[in-house]
Design a protein around this ligand. Sequence first.
Ligand code: ATP
Length: 323
Amino acid sequence: MTDNTAVADGTTDGSASAAGPLLSVEDLVVEYATARGPFKAVDGVDFQVSRGGSLAVVGESGCGKSTLARALVRLLKPVSGRIVLDGTDIAALPERRLRPLRRRVQMVFQDPYGSLDPHLTAQQIVAEPLRMAGVSDRAQRARRAAELIDRVGLPSSALERRPPEFSGGQRQRVGIARALASRPDLLVCDEATSALDVSVQAQVLDLLRELQADTGIAYLVIAHNLGVVREISTEVVVMRAGRVVETGPTAAVLASPADPYTRALRRASLDPTTIRGVKPRAVLSAVPDASSPSSPSPVAPASPASPASPVSPTSPASEGNRT
Ligand SMILES: Nc1ncnc2c1ncn2[C@@H]1O[C@H](COP(=O)(O)OP(=O)(O)OP(=O)(O)O)[C@@H](O)[C@H]1O
C-alpha cells in the first residue's frame, strides 16, 4: 500500500474488478463438532453483496448469524459451499493463499469491551493492521492511524488512550478505524451497535453511513434489531435455524414480509416487551417451520450440551482475530 490518503479515509484500492457482485455466498454450510455429531449452524445459505452495497442478515438469537459472519472472514472454515470474493472462492483457500485477501474483508465485533486489546493505545491498535499489511515505516503508520482516528470522529488526544479509558461508543469507533486501516472492500459488522445505548447506536450508524457515502465500502450487517436493519441496509436476508427463509430489498421485506417467521420477527421488534429487538424465544419458536415440518420447535437452538470446537481444522482460536 502506498496511497496514504486512500488508506486513511478507508477507500478501497480499486483492485476489485468492476463486474459482478463483490461477494457471492453459494450453498454455504458451516458445522460445529458436538458430542452428538456435526451440527449445521449455517445450512445451505445463498446471497450476494453488491459493490458499495449494504446487506443485513437478520434473525433471532441462535439462528446462525455470527457463525455466518465468522465464516465470511474465514475465522471458521465452511464444510461446503462457496464464498466468492470478487471472483475468487475463498471458502476453502489454504491460509497461505488467503492471507493477501484477508485485508479486503474486515470485521467489527459486537463487544467493544472485549474486542480491543486493553493494553494498547488506540494508535497502536489502529496501526497494527498497517504493519501486517507491510507498511514498515513507523512514522507513516502513526500518521495514517491519526488520520483514521480523525475520520471516525475521535479527537487526536484519543491516540494515546487505551480502551478502558473510552466509552463504549468511542471504543466502537476505534474498532471501526482499525477495520478500515487495511482498506477493505467489505466490512462485516456483527451486532456492532447492539451493546451501545440507543443514542450512541444512532451516532455509530451515522458514522457507518457517512463512511459508505465517502468511500464506497460495502457492508454486511449482522443484526437482530430491525430498526438497525432499516437504518443501514438496502437488502436483507432473514435467517432461521441456519437457513434463509426470506430475502429481498429491506424496505419491501419489512413493509410486507412474505414469510410467517419474518412477520413474527417484525411483530416482536415492535412489541414493548421486546428487549433490544429480541423477542423471548418461545414466541418466535411457535412459528411453524415449513422447511422441516417434523420439527415443532426448530428455532430453538440445536446447540449441544457442551459446545465443541468447529469441525473445521481452522478454528477461531487457531486463525485468531485478523482485524
Ligand atoms: N462452538 C460451538 N459449538 C457448537 N455449537 C455452536 C457453537 N457456537 C455456536 N453454536 C450453535 O450454533 C447455532 C448458531 O449460533 P450463532 O452464534 O451463529 O447464532 P446467532 O444467530 O449469531 O446468535 P446471537 O444473535 O445470539 O449471537 C446456535 O444453535 C449455537 O448454539
